[in-house]
Ligand binder design. Structure first.
Ligand code: ADP
Ligand code: ZN
Ligand code: ZN
Length: 863
């Protein structure tokens, strides 16, 4: 990636910078993709946006024979020999000044534009607000198959073209490709291969852009059961029921199946396709029967099983006729209220306690939008969550729904992108933050589910954007509404709702009148004093889990620390192992018998003896999820346990397997980190154990209490869904802490009021905006000096709102030393002015010879 210096050298060489900072919230431009601002009287120049960290777009001359449209992809030269595909973002006749020859656009890649003017405008806003370049946004936004950078590598596929049908240029290009050695575009263009010919080959499946993520994708399936087609008549069914007289459980399960599959018309017409599809999970739940009973029916050939791939492009057409379920009175009231509020507010917050049935309300809202011919974007914070929701929504919206996220193969993302530009786009997109970058033709509503989730914020690399906040801007630009949904709103969001900026709708009871879980506090300090804490579990937690297991119910145990043990030290001298690249202690992982750095991921072998004193016995202290699982297996030897944390869910299929096993009752105790807190819906969990609440409450961060409240309430919310109150055992050393009481009483408002006061007093969001400034360099002295210099430039502009420079808690990561400033921007300061000052300071710093290699970046609204 070019650093500041290279950027300038590009600009000097020929094309020039042109992009003015966009004004946020200006009126939307026309967004019809098929009739872009195409035919203005033969413009001479095109501003091209490239997927590079250039500050601005570059201007090129348009050759006389060429006609360009905004959003169209073209090939342009850059530097001495590089070629890039970029996007036309502006057409004009303003000759750039300067005495250099302006290079020409070389080629058009696709006939029709791939981007809408509205997308370009949104991306420019993101670059402006989050202080990065539009090129970086473009890079993040486009699936790699649409990028075609010089470095991109191309392979021939198994599909061979009919060579007689190819043009000479296409044939030349095809002959230069190989099926097993990827060739870079750069090399190919040196051999006179034209990019539009390559594009043709890629578009027609004869060639592909290689990617690295492919292997991680496995189709997801769910087990379904159906009546054997031979039994689809009243007589045969009667015979079957006769044969089941001695097996009342099988009889009951078959009845449940018939109840669910609504077979009347299927029987009349002898058409198995008319049976409603029934998942195994649904059947077991409805009938209350076990796997064994089902196995009996399967073995007798009465029912048969099959699997259905869920969530992918075509697969979700499964069972469309299912329809949404009728809303309860409370849900209906919330729905009506949301619709009313949308008349006065473009943003509405739905605060619905866990298990209040928010998803059903979203479903109705989506249906309403689709009926009125508008599109909906359903945003989720994390890929991990999409499976359950894909299942639920897929059954209702079938092939009207497209699922978009980065773990899907690139080709599939390209397919969705093109479909969204076509005349028949998906009306509903379900996706994670990157789906904000898709083209929308008629967006009516964005639903931001679990709006409080921190994973909505992209940390690295740029653009470091918050998808919820970006969604608010996108919606405003496109004239759409936004529904923010959660049980535990972020302080910022609830503040805006309280102050009337957003509409507010609340559902404070669980669906079906189920009670909120009972939260029992266990005072670990006291138990220790009485010598009752002989393990990480208090006697009460052990007792509740045993009782749940005896009742064939499930338990969840939450510990927000992965690995075996977080601290390892030498018994004799107290030495602890540290990462060689970062300033952090290593975590011991037993299965790999390695020490792992949770910052950079590097792992180290276990030392045989203490390098400091030679003692051979290192001692592990404290519990991570891995060690906790070991303890649980010893304590509850007959229980089936599973662990869900970053280490056990490296692949998507592993994650799904864990969820499915738990859902289908093949796991009794699920142990996990914060991954457990994310909106999962299980039916048979009666106990949730929170092993160490203090660890979250005591984080050194102004959001620690908010986060702890959210995480602990969410994990507690997994207990007792569906029809029964659950129990939560929360172990803490601070039983009298106000936060402990707030969590116990589900007192969101109590927590909110307290936090808001503190935020105001100490000048934090939502009252002040924060911009973090990071400097990194391999040499601690250089970064120290650079930080001092930057501080001296900025301090006059922000005399009492710039804090730092300081060493962050982890002051060295991946060999780079770090300094950090925190800028608290008063609401009275003009945002554009603040940004201009920061940009100028960065430029000036990078222009100083000694600091040329210092990395500097801004993190706007950090989490
Ligand atoms: P939330 O997202 O608010 O935590 P869910 O949408 O997951 O809650 O709903 C909680 C449970 O209640 C789910 O198991 C769901 O299937 C059930 N449920 C919610 N609304 C309805 C409804 N209208 N009809 C039947 N079941 C419902
Ligand atoms: Zn030692
Ligand atoms: Zn490290």
């Amino acid at each position: 990636m070019p650093n500041g210096w290279e950027e300038r050298s590009h600009a000097d060489s020929s094309p020039i910078r042109t992009l003015a900072p966009p004004t946020p919230n200006a009126t939307p431009q026309s967004s019809n993709p098929l009739s872009p601002t195409l035919l203005m009287p033969s413009p001479n120049y095109a501003d091209i946006l490239l997927p590079l960290a250039l500050q601005d777009t570059l201007t090129y001359r348009i050759p006389a024979h060429m006609q360009l449209a905004i959003g169209q992809r073209v090939i342009v030269p850059l530097g001495k020999s590089k070629r890039y595909s970029g996007f036309v973002v502006r057409l004009h006749n303003e000759a750039p000044d300067g005495n250099f020859t302006i290079k020409e656009v070389e080629d058009i890649v696709d006939e029709t534009p791939l981007l809408q003017p509205a997308q370009i405008k949104f991306w420019q806003w993101l670059a402006y607000y989050y202080m990065c370049t539009t090129g970086e946004v473009l890079k993040a936004a486009l699936p790699s198959g649409l990028k075609l950078e010089s470095e991109a590598r191309i392979l021939a596929t198994d599909t061979t073209p009919d060579e007689a049908q190819l043009t000479p240029r296409q044939l030349l290009a095809y002959r230069k490709l190989s099926a097993d050695t990827p060739r870079s575009i750069e090399d190919l263009t040196h051999e006179n291969v034209s990019l539009s010919a390559l594009r043709f080959l890629i578009d027609n499946g004869f060639a592909q852009v290689t990617e690295h993520m492919r292997e991680s994708f496995k189709p997801r399936t769910e087990t379904y059961v159906r009546l054997h087609p031979d039994l689809l008549s009243d007589e045969r069914l009667n015979e079957v029921f006769d044969s089941l007289k001695r097996s009342p459980k099988q009889d009951a399960m078959l009845l449940s199946y018939l109840h669910l599959s609504k077979p009347a018309s299927a029987i009349t017409l002898r058409n198995p396709k008319l049976l409603r599809e029934v998942s195994k999970r649904e059947l077991l739940h409805e009938s209350g029967g076990t796997d064994n009973v089902l196995k009996g029916l399967l073995d007798k050939g009465i029912l048969e099983r099959y699997s259905v791939e869920v969530g992918r492009l075509k697969a979700s057409a499964v069972a469309q006729q299912l329809g949404a379920r009728p809303l309860s009175d409370l849900q209906q009231r919330a729905f009506d209220d949301i619709c009313t509020q949308f008349a006065a507010h473009s943003i509405v917050l739905l605060r619905g306690v866990t298990s209040s049935g928010k998803t059903e309300v979203y479903t109705q809202l989506i249906q309403r939008e689709l009926e009125q011919g508008r599109q909906v974007l359903y945003l989720l914070p994390e890929i991990a969550l999409t499976t359950q929701i894909t299942n639920r929504l897929g059954r209702i919206f079938g092939d009207k729904m497209g699922v978009y996220h980065s773990k899907f193969p690139d080709s599939e993302r390209v397919e969705i992108w093109r479909k969204q530009m076509s005349a028949a786009p998906y009306p509903l997109i379900l996706g994670v933050r990157s789906s904000l970058f898709l083209p929308y033709q008629n967006l009516g509503l964005i639903i931001v589910d679990e709006e409080h989730e921190t994973s909505y914020k992209q940390q690295d690399p740029a653009p470091r954007y918050h998808a919820r906040d970006a969604a608010l801007v996108l919606a405003k630009q496109l004239g759409a509404k936004v529904l923010l949904g959660t049980a535990t709103p972020s302080i910022e969001t609830y503040h805006h709702a309280r102050s009337g900026r957003y509409g507010l709708v609340e559902m404070l009871q669980r669906f079906g009148g189920v009670n909120m879980p009972r939260i029992q506090i266990e005072n670990v300090k006291e138990l220790r004093r009485k010598k009752l804490m002989k393990s990480p579990f208090s006697p009460a937690l052990v007792e509740h889990i045993s009782a749940a297991l005896a009742r064939k119910e499930q338990a969840i145990v939450f510990l927000n620390r992965r690995g075996y043990s977080p601290v390892l030290d030498c018994r004799t001298c107290g030495w602890t192992p540290h990462c060689t690249q970062c300033d952090v202690a290593l975590t011991y992982h037993q299965r790999e018998n390695q020490l792992v750095c949770h910052y950079c991921g590097k792992s180290f072998g276990m030392p045989e003896k203490c390098p400091q004193c030679g003692d051979t016995q290192l001692r592990d202290q404290g519990y991570g999820t891995e060690k906790l699982q070991e303890f649980i297996a010893e304590r509850f030897p007959t229980a089936r346990t599973a662990r869900m944390d970053l280490d056990t869910t490296r692949s998507r299929s592993a994650y799904e397997q864990i969820i499915r096993n738990f859902q289908e009752g093949n796991t009794d105790i699920l142990i996990g980190t914060q991954m457990l807190t994310k909106g999962l819906d299980f039916d048979r969990v009666s106990v949730v154990g929170i092993v160490n609440a203090d660890q979250l409450m005591n984080m050194p961060d102004f959001r620690a209490h908010e986060r702890a409240f959210q995480m602990l309430s969410q994990v507690a919310g997994r207990a007792g869904r569906r029809d029964k109150q659950g129990t939560v055992i929360m172990q803490t050393r601070q039983p009298d802490h106000p936060l402990t009481h707030q969590i116990q009483a589900s007192d969101y408002l109590g927590m909110f009021d307290e936090q808001v006061q503190e935020r105001q007093l100490f000048r934090y969001p939502p009252f002040y905006r924060i911009i973090n400034i990071y400097l990194k360099h391999t040499d601690d002295k250089v970064v120290e000096a650079a930080a001092a210099h930057l501080g001296s430039m900025l301090r006059p502009h922000f005399p009492d709102s710039l804090l730092g420079p300081e060493r962050p808690v982890v002051a060295r990561v991946q060999l780079l030393y770090i300094r950090k400033f925190v800028l608290k921007v008063a609401p009275s300061l003009p945002p554009a002015g603040v940004r201009a000052t920061l940009h100028a300071a960065k430029q000036s710093l990078c222009a100083t010879e000694a600091f040329k290699r210092v990395q500097i970046h801004y993190d706007v609204d950090p989490l």
